[in-house]
Design a protein around this ligand. Structure first.
Ligand SMILES: [Zn+2]
Length: 456
């Protein structure tokens, strides 16, 4: 049974255990103490030195100076050695495959974990996902905590949209993934979602202006959808050219002076943005797809997916509206928009859209963070978007995203301070998700197993 591989097998073997296991086995549950570790609590920009953090049954139960916090007798000790402990990261626009290939599902979940991603807001819902979410929750299989979006909404009209929103809510999905519904169905869809109390997020459908989505208090806008259209002044003669892929066809008519209006409206609506800069930048970059497929993390993707990406980039490069100048203008505009939204108090949450377009699950979140820094955010501000902001965006700031007593034990142990250099958050020395601990050796063993699967 191929399902019983890697972390999955380990987690199952440990399911009956009542006490902490040695950290060598990976995926162990129970009581842990990070001893003499420096803590980035992420509720403020500070490094607390020489702390002990005690975890029991998936929660943080004690934090304090190592000299004054007792390590429980039954706790597995993890030597901190003044290295850095911070909350795990969220991928707020990720994808987990559907249920027909359990090996690929498990590989994807473990790629996220191996990169310190302890929560994925899954944006391509599949009927199998609510159950997958529960199995991870119960510790039957390894993986980041899953927030599960409905299947891509593609209702034919307003009645169907209302019906489908109610059905997705009843089926246990955490949010509605907005896809390609008719523009005149959007208001009913939004009103129904508010009435049943389910968030709705993702795209803004074709023909729905940004301001309509903001007035409807869409929970999050992903990929900066429809911002370019908003930034083109009404009445501009765009001829017969379509706005196209994330507004790439209209960038030349954007008026920078309208950015502040977009920021003000976004902040007033309380709508989150999940920028997914990687999505556009990977397509727009001058790097050839053949060169991109040499990136180290590509070894963890199936050959069929790599080939899809290679072809997609060639197809984009051939588009009339995506010639180098226009593509670069779109990248520059999106970075400016991110900086303006962030500085204007319109909230941002970290997401890269893996696995789309050269975004290998988990690895791509680190490329996204580097792009956010290049856009003008400080490393600390970038880290906030992937930790505390994710918890706030879900309306559960008390649940995770900071290191405080009572929080879920979603933690990464790092060799250095990522506020000084974001690359320190890559390849953590160990990852704890819901109180289960995977040291680097266990993560690397899983990575090697996944790479071997795709090596043929
Ligand atoms: Zn996506």
């Amino acid at each position: 049974m191929r399902w019983l591989q890697g972390f999955a097998a380990t987690a199952l073997l440990l399911a009956g255990a009542t006490h902490a296991q040695s950290t060598g086995s990976g995926g162990a549950a129970g009581a842990f103490a990070f001893v003499d570790v420096d803590v980035l609590p992420m509720d403020r920009d500070v490094r607390l030195e020489s702390q002990t953090v005690v975890v029991r049954d998936g929660r943080i139960v004690a934090i304090g100076p190592s000299a004054s916090v007792d390590v429980p007798e039954d706790a597995t000790r993890i030597a901190g050695e003044r290295r850095v402990l911070m909350p795990g990261l969220a991928e707020f626009h990720g994808h987990v495959p559907g249920g027909d290939d359990p090996v690929y599902v498990q590989d994807t979940l473990d790629l996220y974990l191996a990169n310190g991603v302890t929560l994925v807001r899954n944006m391509s819902g599949d009927v199998s996902h609510p159950e997958l979410r529960e199995r991870i929750e119960r510790g039957e299989i390894s993986g980041p905590t899953m927030v599960v979006a409905s299947p891509w909404l593609r209702s034919e009209n307003a009645d169907a949209a209302a019906r489908e929103v109610r059905a997705h809510h009843a089926a246990g999905f955490d949010l509605v993934k907005i896809g390609s519904i008719p523009a005149d169905a959007y208001p009913r869809m939004a009103a129904t979602a508010h009435a049943v109390g389910i968030p709705f997020a993702g795209h803004i459908p074709d023909g729905v202006p940004l301001e309509v989505a903001l007035d409807a208090k869409q929970t999050s806008i992903d990929h900066f959808d429809r911002y370019v259209e908003f930034l083109v002044p009404p009445g501009t003669d765009t001829g017969d050219r379509e706005a196209g892929w994330f507004g790439s066809g209209w960038v030349q008519w954007v008026e920078r002076g309208r950015i502040q209006d977009a920021v003000t409206r976004t902040r007033a609506a309380g709508t989150w943005n999940v920028p997914t800069l990687t999505l556009v930048e990977h397509m727009a970059s001058a790097e050839t797809p053949e060169a991109m497929l040499q990136w180290p993390e590509m070894r963890y993707m199936p050959a069929s997916e790599r080939e899809r990406w290679r072809r997609a980039k060639h197809e984009y490069a051939a588009r009339e509206t995506f010639q180098p100048d226009a593509a670069q203008a779109l990248v520059t505009l999106r970075r400016e928009l991110l900086k303006a939204l962030h500085e204007g108090g319109a909230p941002i949450v970290l997401g890269s859209d893996a696995p789309q377009f050269f975004n290998v699950p988990g690895f791509s979140i680190h490329r996204e963070m580097a792009m956010m820094q290049a856009a003008g955010m400080t490393p600390y501000e970038v880290l906030v978007t992937g930790t505390r902001n994710a918890a706030q965006a879900l309306g559960t700031p008390e649940a995770f995203g900071t290191i405080e007593v009572g929080q879920r034990a979603d933690l990464v142990l790092l060799a250095g301070d990522p506020r000084e250099d974001l690359s320190h958050v890559q390849a953590p020395l160990g990852v704890m998700a819901r109180g289960r601990w995977w040291p680097r050796e266990a993560l690397d063993a899983r990575l090697a197993e996944i790479a071997a699967r795709h090596a043929e």
